[in-house]
Design a protein around this ligand. Structure first.
Ligand code: SAM
Length: 294
């Protein structure tokens, strides 16, 4: 055990870290009381904590009375630091990876370290805890039996529409991380692509003082966010209902075709619509030409 780790001896423990192991430790997304006992114990004992932003993480570690050695691991030094951390692990040091908030690797750095760690047979141990996506999903009031995490939609509208369009037919509940600066334009784009009546749950500032959770149709959410500046502040997860898997009626068929025709040649759009709806190919082709002409 290193000098720094031995300084943390006062933290009671039932967990013992194993030399040469990489721990992926979830930290709170707002409420510090959400840190788990096991996370605290692991962070106190490891030789090295690799953090996305050392200054930010120092505050959490100070609150917990943890003095383990802290190094920076973020998107700008990921290449260099991955090699260095793997060398430390190979030398028998224990390493904990943390991000600014929540679970590492979920829209946060760490992918390279974990994949290369597997390649080098490093023992990798998750220390689970909070994840904004899962917290929002659990409170969303939308189907949870099958869901897809879609991360951050692109910032530019063209790219964002391109990203959303293939999701219009996704039957699973979808979870998006959305910057508060782009919440209105993103909700409006979702109205265009998913339809105004699609339900979604807006989850803002989870676990914090101004936590807000609201389920409504996409068009109602646009109106509500536009009417209240506060809803454009802080951190936001949007959970969107999946497209119901029921047989396509005429309106749905037209919606599928319009979305696909905007991106693909007629032949391909028809082929995909046949696959999605099971409807007659000639009928769909005829309708595609009508829509194209109109
Ligand atoms: N790794 C984190 C996790 O496990 O949730 C996510 C990191 S990602 C860089 C940051 C995004 O997560 C924010 O832009 C927001 O969409 C979401 N997020 C983080 N904390 C949140 C909170 N307290 N309430 C709502 N969304 C949050």
């Amino acid at each position: 055990m290193s000098e720094e780790a031995s300084e943390n001896k006062h933290i009671s423990r039932t967990t013992c870290v194993v030399p040469g192991t990489l721990y992926l430790v979830a930290t709170p997304i707002g409420n510090l009381a959400d840190i788990t006992q096991r996370a605290t114990e692991v962070l106190a004992q490891v030789d090295i904590i690799a953090a996305e932003d050392t200054r930010h993480s120092q505050r959490l570690l100070s609150c917990l009375g943890i003095k383990s050695k802290l190094v920076a691991y973020h998107e700008h030094n990921e290449d260099r630091m991955t090699g260095r951390l793997l060398d430390e692990l190979a030398a028998g040091k224990s390493v904990a990876l943390i991000s600014d908030a929540g679970t590492p690797l979920i829209s946060d750095p760490g992918y390279r370290l974990v994949t290369q760690g597997h390649d080098q047979a490093v023992s990798i141990v998750p220390v689970p805890g909070v994840c904004a996506a899962i917290a929002a999903l659990s409170a969303a009031g939308l189907a949870t039996d099958a869901f897809a995490f879609e991360g951050f939609p692109p910032a530019k509208q063209g790219a964002r529409l391109h990203f959303l369009e293939p999701l219009a037919l996704q039957p699973r509940t979808m979870i998006f991380y959305i910057s508060c600066h782009r919440i209105i334009e993103t909700l409006k784009d979702m109205c265009t692509v998913f339809g105004e009546k699609r339900r979604a749950t807006f989850a803002r500032e989870l676990t914090k003082t101004f936590e807000t959770i609201k389920r409504a149709t996409l068009s109602d959410l646009v109106a509500w966010v536009e009417s209240d500046d506060n809803q454009r502040k802080g951190e936001i997860v949007l959970v969107v209902e999946g497209k119901a898997a029921e047989a396509a009626d005429g309106t749905q068929l037209d919606h599928y075709l319009s979305v696909l025709l905007a991106e693909l040649p007629v032949k391909q759009a028809v082929k995909l619509t046949v696959k999605l709806t099971g409807e007659n190919k000639n009928d769909i082709y005829k309708r595609a030409l009508e829509l194209k002409d109109s």
